[in-house]
Design a protein around this ligand. Structure first.
Ligand SMILES: [Zn+2]
Length: 146
């Protein structure tokens, strides 16, 4: 069995099964194939090529995604390196230190460290600005900042 996409003279597209390609020719010459929409017997095989095009497109999209991801990773990598170079690591004392600096108990400096979501929220509520350091998206770069 073979399935053809067919198109009639009125541009209606439909599909039909034939036992083989000559079966199609025979039926067509005897005007046995009629358009299901307008009954026209002026039928042609529709030109088909969509699968190749769409799979190529998918490949392009995947490549683009990968490229964006590696761009993002390199940006995040640079950001993390910058923080590591310029900021003082205070570990889980981050909330304390951030508060001490905010309230003038300690000299102002750039710090980074760990804080739970709740702690981060509390700090934020107290008017202390902080921002999360983004994680790298790719697992192979998943090393700790400290
Ligand atoms: Zn038709």
């Amino acid at each position: 069995m073979i399935k053809y996409s067919l198109i009639c003279s009125e541009k209606h597209e439909f599909e039909a099964w034939f036992s083989n390609s000559s079966d199609y020719d025979v039926q067509k010459s005897k005007l046995l194939i009629g358009c299901p929409y307008c009954s026209s017997t002026k039928i042609e095989k529709a030109i088909m090529a969509p699968n190749i095009a769409s799979s190529r497109k998918k490949e392009e999209i995947t490549m683009k995604k990968n490229r964006n991801l590696s761009d993002l990773n390199s940006v995040i990598g640079k950001l993390r390196q910058h923080i590591k170079d310029k900021f003082e690591y205070v570990g889980d004392k981050f909330p304390e230190e951030a508060r001490a600096i905010h309230y003038g108990e300690k000299e102002e400096r750039k710090i980074y460290g760990e804080a739970s979501l709740d702690e981060a929220k509390n700090l934020h509520d107290e008017g202390i600005s902080l921002s999360p350091i983004p994680e790298l998206a790719s697992p192979k770069n998943k090393k700790k900042l400290n």
